[in-house]
Design a protein around this ligand. Structure first.
Ligand SMILES: Cc1cc2nc3c(=O)[nH]c(=O)nc-3n(C[C@H](O)[C@H](O)[C@H](O)COP(=O)(O)OP(=O)(O)OC[C@H]3O[C@@H](n4cnc5c(N)ncnc54)[C@H](O)[C@@H]3O)c2cc1C
Length: 604
């Protein structure tokens, strides 16, 4: 094994959280020798990362910036294996994500204290960190938003007609719900429609990712070493004290390098920050996890911590495609790489930072909480869950619901047209899954991974209701031109629900579709076939008391060893009603402060 000279701090993984932690520590103490080891490639000034509208290109089958994780086949999905893509590049999810700026319900963080036993991690404790990383350009004078952080949040470079059409329908078709100017007020905004903000700088039109705003600006700091294209195999211990890592070249990026294990030593701290799908696997290969899992994979137990990889959660949802009118402003051409569209939008983005290239096509939406009548429509399968979890938490939505101006998926497989979708995803699914190693040695061995989708009837009941609502919204929108029926339930001709490949909008006050029992069954089959991740994996190394399945304590120390912390979204002990980037950042900002205190570094 080849051994590198010692660092003070080693960070295993170079995603959203790792960039924040590494970047903040490097600024606070430029002499601190820090190594970040990231599995994927660098991203600096690459249009695929900095131009927001290109985000969907990362999800295409040939992508080199995403790792596609195949889950175990699941009966609840009709035998299908869900595929969960996760960012694999410097910046991680922050450099490939959909750039939707969404914040949790305040009560989600309060649950971290009251339900999961983590004093100091409630909403009021986290608010300063949620404000620290952001400059909220949408409205610089709002109480719960930040005004001087490195990551800029705006409405993007253009406001598209798909979002406008959606809100026009909402105002008339769903007039019982209000509109708000801040859909993400933390303590406000639930169940109210509004424009959706984006992780985009309105001055430059650039994506607000963690790599470009915490790491690349420090290119001159020679104490901050970034190693991309390498996989961390395990943490090394001496007498239960973390003293370094073993890592190997990632053959995906370095096919010619020998797969020789190398060692880097850390004098003061090892931080695992490989995300919810990476961190538990590194811990298990290091001998930290359920003794049963470790034994099965011939890994010597360092600490028996059954909580590692055990409470996987995500937000799962649907993205059914609708045809959009030719005048619609959609991202389809950019994602397909149509030269005419690229020539149309790139100069404007370069010169002014505006236009469609500075957009994610998600201009509107709401965090939806059903009314009494809608609860009846969702049906009895959801009753107990509503009473137990939602009824007394008025800031908790059940679904995110809104439009997206493009086809989501492999666009080469569908007719070359303009599309939009109505997206809905579960904010607090009842089901849990798991992720564990299948080899103690092979870093590339596919994990034993089960996301748990639809294993609870209450989750299916809400998603079914979401489909009906999506159809009712879509067919009233001015941009609507029919359904891409091959990717909808197979309703029989003659059913009111039958899809139309060529259609025009119905009046907003048209009667709702009368769904038959057969339609319901077909929607259920469809959801089992099509339900998908919304890329929000969390909770696989939860911060909780050890006796309750915890992996880290409230200072992010891994139980049972010294000098080892986990700092990423995997420590979230409970789900959040939001796309997860802001929660990952808040955890990372807090982690940086905790680590600086531990290391005796001054203000951070
Ligand atoms: C396609 C997609 C779309 C998304 N859209 C949104 C959105 O619109 N809004 C939003 O708020 N959130 C969104 N998210 C979620 C958000 O980006 C994540 O929640 C966030 O990035 C999580 O941060 P993290 O630091 O925990 O993990 P990540 O950012 O995933 O970083 C983990 C890093 O660790 C690396 N790694 C893993 N294993 C190893 C190993 N063994 N050795 C070395 N490196 C390793 C990975 O390559 C990765 O770079 C999206 C995510 C994806 C993938």
């Amino acid at each position: 094994m080849e051994e590198q000279s010692a660092f003070d701090v080693i960070i295993a993984g170079g995603g959203a959280s790792a960039c924040v932690v590494g970047g903040r520590l490097a600024v606070a103490d430029p002499n601190l020798k820090i190594l970040i080891v990231e599995a994927g490639p660098p991203t600096q000034e690459d249009f695929a990362h900095i131009q927001p509208a290109r985000y969907a290109t990362h999800l295409l089958p040939e992508s080199k910036t995403i790792k596609f994780l195949a889950a175990n086949p699941s009966e609840a999905l009709g035998g299908r294996s869900a595929i969960i893509p996760t960012g694999q590049c410097l910046g991680g999810g922050s450099s490939v994500n959909f750039a939707m700026y969404t914040r949790a319900a305040a009560s989600d963080y309060d649950d971290w204290v009251t339900k999961y036993g983590n004093p100091g991690w409630g909403y009021k404790d986290l608010l300063p960190y949620l404000m620290k990383f952001e400059t909220y350009q949408v409205d610089p004078n709002t109480e719960t938003h930040g005004s001087s952080g490195p990551l800029k949040i705006s409405s993007g470079g253009v406001y598209g007609n798909v979002g406008k059409d959606f809100l026009d329908v909402a105002a008339k078709y769903d007039s019982q719900r209000a509109f708000t100017t801040d859909v993400n007020g933390l303590v406000s905004g639930c169940n109210e429609y509004g424009n959706w903000p984006k992780w985009i700088n309105k001055e430059t039109g650039h994506r607000s990712d963690a790599a470009h705003h915490y790491i690349y600006p420090q290119a001159n700091n020679k104490s901050l070493v970034i190693l991309t294209g390498h996989l961390v195999k395990r943490v090394i211990f001496e007498n239960k004290r973390a003293v370094g890592i073993e890592y190997v070249p990632n053959a995906r990026f370095h096919p010619d390098l020998p797969q020789q294990t190398q060692i880097a030593r850390a004098k003061r701290l090892v931080i695992v920050s490989a995300g919810s799908l990476g961190s538990p696997l590194i811990l298990e290969r290091s001998g930290i996890g359920s003794a049963k899992v470790l034994e099965k994979n011939k890994v010597e137990t360092v600490v028996d911590l059954p909580g590692v990889g055990d409470k996987y959660q995500d937000h799962q949802g649907l993205f059914p495609p609708f045809f959009a009118s030719e005048e619609s402003l959609t991202l389809d051409g950019i994602v397909r790489g149509d030269q005419v569209e690229l020539d149309q939008w790139t100069p404007q983005w370069l010169n002014e930072g505006t236009g469609l290239m500075a957009s994610n096509g998600i201009d509107a939406g709401l965090k939806l909480r059903p009314t009494e009548q809608e609860l009846k429509e969702i049906g009895p399968d959801f009753e107990a869950r509503w009473k137990e979890f939602y009824a007394d938490a008025p800031d908790k939505p059940v679904l995110w619901f809104g439009p997206l101006a493009m086809f989501v998926g492999d666009s080469s497989a569908v007719p070359k047209r303009k599309y939009f979708t109505i997206v809905w995803f579960l904010e607090h699914p009842a089901a849990f899954g798991h992720i564990h190693i299948t080899s103690g040695e092979d870093v590339n061995a596919p994990p034993d991974f089960q996301p748990g989708y639809l294993t609870k009837p209450e989750d299916l009941a809400v998603l079914k209701w979401g489909y009906k609502r999506a159809r009712e919204f879509a067919r009233r929108m001015e941009c609507y031109r029919g359904e891409l029926s091959s990717m909808h339930p197979k309703f029989p001709q003659g059913s009111e629900a039958a899809c139309k490949d060529d259609a025009v909008p119905v009046p907003v006050d048209a009667p709702n579709i009368k769904w038959t029992a057969e339609d319901d069954k077909l929607i259920e089959d469809y959801i089992r076939n099509y339900v998908t991740t919304t890329w929000h994996s969390l909770g696989t190394c939860p911060m909780k008391p050890r006796e309750n399945g915890g992996v880290v304590d409230t200072r992010l120390n891994v139980y049972g060893v010294e000098n080892l912390k986990v700092a990423d979204l995997s420590v979230a002990p409970g789900n959040v009603a939001a796309n997860t980037y802001s929660t990952a950042l808040a955890i990372a900002e807090r982690a940086a402060v905790i680590i600086a205190e531990d290391l005796g570094i001054g203000a951070i």
